[in-house]
Design a binder for this molecule. Structure first.
Ligand code: FAD
Length: 387
């Protein structure tokens, strides 16, 4: 197999997973990251079984297992704390042969950085412009230097500028109508069972507690709000007290226990599915390719799938980079577009875009044995390129 010179723009979980996969396949990879100091926004991430299988295949199985959460069941309660449904995740894990691994973002990033090797990553330098010809791609860096490569992986995130180069127009990020506060708190029985993903739903809002390893819960609060509400850290607790006044005791306890200094407050956006992921030797990966709402917990997992498919396409079309990338596009376009749209639909149902549908969902939850929810999770996982 011919070893290629590959530049990756962005050292998020997409860029780093891609760098690792491409290194494993024998390519020479260098990552340029715009920021000088990496500090992931957000506390944790649930890596569902499809993402975990890819990290396992890239050699991170033991490390991920050692530091991630052990999530064995799932439940929904209403805002008074009455259980609507509660069920084991074990049947899903047996069907797809891999448990989910919720993990601290900082730990995941650290594992990926170590695996790629810091000497292959330059921080504080961005990829600004590209020019390509039949034989290669020239990447102009923010230092003013130009590096030549066989291909450029644009993993520059939801605000991607390289996306414009591929799409041919400036694709708009659209606000999807809700704000998410997320962070971590120590596990304690008055909040939730240590191995359960517990969610409270009502008034088109949601509160979630998920075991994330290190004896901590990853928590988040979702509240539908107009775009552009003030984001003032010293008001987070008061805001949450107000939005969740009268909700069940564990929700009140959680609000009192959060450390606002370590909470991220995010307005949730997505981008309409693209109809192109590739332009010649430039390929989009991760949020640059498919920016979605977090309602399926799949944004990062899809970036991992992208990395896996890219590696395999390059192997299949050894030496013919444009053909390999065209194959990548063919394999990824429909999969990621489908997930962006399903995440948006889930987002709308959860957050009251149509209040009648949200009420129907609350009613369904009260009748749910777990079978339908597990089937949905399984469908997403089994669409993965790595079974
Ligand atoms: P990013 O992590 O955004 O990384 C892009 C990097 O590129 C950044 O470091 C940036 O500084 C750098 N960069 C930008 N421009 C340039 C440039 N020109 N040159 C060089 N570098 C550049 N996903 C899941 O799978 N499970 C979950 O449970 C989950 N929960 C989520 C919860 C919330 C609240 C949110 C907002 C998202 C969630 N996601 C989840 C989605 C997940 O966080 C993203 O899909 C994932 O972080 C995308 O990784 P990325 O590497 O593509 O982009």
């Amino acid at each position: 197999m011919q070893a290629l010179n590959i530049v990756v723009a962005g050292a998020g979980m997409g860029g780093l997973t891609a760098a690792l996969a491409l290194q494993k396949a024998g390519h020479r990879v260098h990552v340029y990251e715009r920021v000088a100091e990496l500090a992931p926004v957000g506390a944790a991430i649930s890596i569902w079984s499809n993402g975990v299988k890819i990290l396992n295949a890239l050699g991170l199985k033991e490390q991920i297992e050692a530091v991630s959460g052990d999530m064995r069941s799932m439940s929904y309660q209403d805002q008074q704390g009455q259980t609507l449904t509660r069920f084991s995740l074990e049947p899903l894990y047996q069907q797809v042969q891999q448990p989910a691994r919720p993990i601290a973002r900082a730990l995941l990033q650290e594992l990926l950085l170590e695996a790629v090797g810091r000497e292959h990553i330059t921080l504080g330098v961005s990829c600004e412009q590209v020019a390509q010809d039949a034989k290669g791609i020239d990447v102009t860096l923010s230092t003013g230097d130009t590096v030549r490569a066989d291909l450029l992986v644009a993993a520059d995130g939801t605000h991607s500028r390289l996306r414009t180069e591929v799409a041919g127009f400036d694709s708009e990020r659209e606000y999807r109508g809700y704000v998410n506060w997320n962070g971590r708190v120590p596990v304690s029985a008055d909040l939730a069972d240590a191995h359960e993903w517990k969610q409270f739903v009502g008034e088109h809002k949601r509160v979630s507690l998920m075991p994330m390893g290190n004896d901590e819960f990853y928590f988040f609060f979702d509240v539908p709000l107009p775009k552009g509400t003030a984001n003032q850290r010293n008001h987070y607790r008061d805001e949450l007290r107000q939005h969740f006044a009268g909700w069940a005791e564990p929700v009140q306890t959680l609000i009192e226990r959060i450390d606002p200094e370590r909470v991220a407050r995010v307005e949730i956006h997505d981008v309409d599915p693209l109809d192109k992921l590739v332009k010649g030797r430039l390929v989009l990966l991760g949020d640059a390719a498919h920016s979605m709402t977090p309602d399926l917990g799949q944004g990062g997992c899809q970036a991992m799938e992208d990395a896996w498919v890219l590696m395999n396409c390059l192997e299949q079309y050894a030496g013919d980079v444009p053909a390999a990338l065209a194959q990548y596009e063919a394999q990824r376009l429909e999969r990621v577009a489908g997930i962006v749209l399903r995440a948006r639909k889930r987002c709308d149902t959860t957050h009251g875009t149509d209040p009648v549908k949200t009420q129907e969902w609350y009613d369904e939850l009260a009748q749910e044995s777990g079978v339908n929810i597990l089937a949905g999770l399984r469908q997403t996982i089994e669409g993965s390129p790595l079974q």
